[in-house]
Design a protein around this ligand. Structure first.
Ligand SMILES: [Zn+2]
Length: 507
């Protein structure tokens, strides 16, 4: 049934701007699309709920949700890189770097997913928690197993999460108990893609779950397999691709050694050059990490319009390094955020936002500012608007779904989160609605103590509407730096309520 939400909305506009609407109506039609957004301003003639519903030509049943002060609506978060079969490994193997961590922690766990019954039970638990973390669109790597990865796709579909799901292609440099035969890799991939494309679409006819070609990384794929993947990718230009690139110096060195035969005199092969040679670098390719890219790789990635998944939690945790996100943004390269579980130890994009901020600050501390242009991003801390954009619209661009998701706009899908940062203290009467999160200072506490929510002391006199907007700005910043899943009351995809704290209590 259609949904009417009244309250505050925050939605990204571009890398430097977002809009805060303190008093708005949002109308979500039966097909899960946003049909109307109306902002109430003090200067307008006041629009009643009845008048708004008449304007959108509403008839029949309606579900209503009113947001209190301290609650607001944001677009769903987009995780452009994670590994579903590594969730049981969260918090394991934190002392390793990439290549040792793969051998000692990752491959033994992923091998368990050969057992489809095990995989089904695990993926039910995994997808549910990704949704509760506020991730409305998720790019999942499965294991190398066809049947287990089919289950992953079906489970994301069953829960109503928007997702890209791929099985890893990996036929070399992997342990004997966790490797596939070259001749099986592409046929199994094709079967999985067929299965995913047969899943029923959402109410507006678009898919919930998309297939994605997933060569694990250049090291784990033989030339023969890369050639087959090239031919297959060429035959299906709409098929998305995801892989890893330039995460760790030892990995980069190994790639260059393995593919040195592609070097030309005076032009040694690069990591990006390897993917490009096999036609895997294109507008719908998602490259995770991109920490140690060379100048000519950045140019090539921009030229091919491939997107980057920035995974700072993982990059710190596996001592990989800091991706130069600001520089990529200046070049117009598409960038979104990725949790990279289990290299990253948190399934929440909110945590990734915090680490993306720290990563940019470390880059700023260690490299000179490149451009005097105030709108340039390189070697500077990332602004709140930029971090918010990376987690939403930036991710949508990386997935080539920016026409559909990433911001709350008329005509887009209602993929959204009802955020609640009202309470913090034990005796709050709001406790039944939002569980205690001691990391966050609640707006309810400000109100009870008579504090200005904005925490500003610039002496500036603003009108009431501007004051409400500034309060929302402060709330967004608190959510991004101190919030977690306890502050996500409801999670919606395509207008369907699929997760959040209130959903958990309802079950
Ligand atoms: Zn990864």
């Amino acid at each position: 049934m259609p949904l009417l939400i009244s309250g505050s909305i925050i939605s990204p506009i571009d890398k430097l701007h977002y809009k805060s609407l303190p008093n708005a109506f949002v109308y979500v039609a039966d097909d899960g699309l946003i049909k109307a957004i109306h902002q109430l301003t003090p200067t307008d003639a006041p629009m009643t709920e009845e008048a708004f519903l008449r304007k959108v030509d509403h008839r029949g049943e309606l579900e209503k949700l009113h947001l209190a002060k301290g609650e607001f609506l944001i677009p769903g978060l987009i995780d452009t890189h994670t590994h579903a079969p590594q969730f049981p490994n969260l918090g394991a193997g934190q002392e390793y770097e990439l290549l040792q961590w793969l051998d000692n922690v990752v491959f033994p766990m992923e091998a368990n997913f050969k057992d489809v019954d095990f995989a089904t039970k695990a993926y039910n638990r995994i997808v549910e928690r990704v949704i509760d973390a506020g991730t409305t669109t998720c790019c999942y790597y499965g294991s190398l197993h066809r049947d287990a990865t089919k289950e992953l796709a079906k489970i994301a579909h069953k829960f109503g999460q928007r997702a890209f799901v791929g099985k890893c292609n990996m036929d070399r440099k992997s342990p004997p108990y966790y490797i596939e035969r070259t001749e099986e890799s592409v046929p199994h991939t094709k079967e999985l893609i067929k299965c995913i494309r047969e899943l029923s679409p959402s109410k507006d006819g678009s898919p919930y779950v998309y297939p994605i070609l997933t060569p694990r990384f250049a090291i784990s794929t033989t030339d023969k397999l890369l050639e087959e993947l090239r031919d297959f990718a060429d035959s299906d230009p709409t098929l998305a691709i995801q892989t890893h690139i330039s995460e760790n110096p030892a990995e980069v060195a190994e790639v260059k050694e393995l593919f040195d035969y592609l070097s030309k005199p005076g032009n040694p092969i690069t990591y990006a050059g390897v993917y490009d040679h096999f036609h895997l670098l294109r507008g719908n390719t998602i490259l995770a990490h991109a920490v140690h890219l060379e100048e000519k790789e950045l140019k090539l990635i921009k030229e091919r319009e491939a997107g980057i998944s920035h995974c700072p939690t993982s990059n710190f945790n596996l001592t990989s390094g800091m991706a130069k996100v600001g520089d990529m943004l200046d070049r117009g390269i598409k960038v979104g955020l990725g949790t990279d579980v289990g290299g990253g130890f948190a399934p929440s994009i909110l945590r990734t936002i915090q680490d993306a901020s720290i990563a940019a600050k470390v880059v700023a501390l260690t490299s000179p500012i490149k451009s005097p242009d105030p709108d340039s991003f390189a070697s500077k801390p990332l602004k709140i608007a930029t971090l918010f954009w990376l987690a939403t619209l930036g991710g949508a661009q990386v997935c080539n779904l920016e026409h559909k998701i990433g911001s709350l706009e008329v005509g887009k899908s209602f993929d959204a989160i009802v955020v609640d940062i009202r309470n913090t203290h034990r005796h709050s009467h709001h406790q039944e609605v939002s569980p205690l999160n001691p990391n966050i200072w609640g707006v309810g506490d400000d109100l009870e103590l008579g504090l200005d929510i904005r925490r500003r002391n610039d002496g500036e006199d603003v009108d009431d509407e501007e004051k409400l907007k500034q309060e929302l700005d402060a709330m967004l910043e608190r959510l991004m730096f101190c919030g977690d899943d306890r502050n996500l009351r409801r999670v919606y995809v395509q207008g369907r309520w699929i997760g959040g704290t209130e959903h958990r209590r309802r079950d």
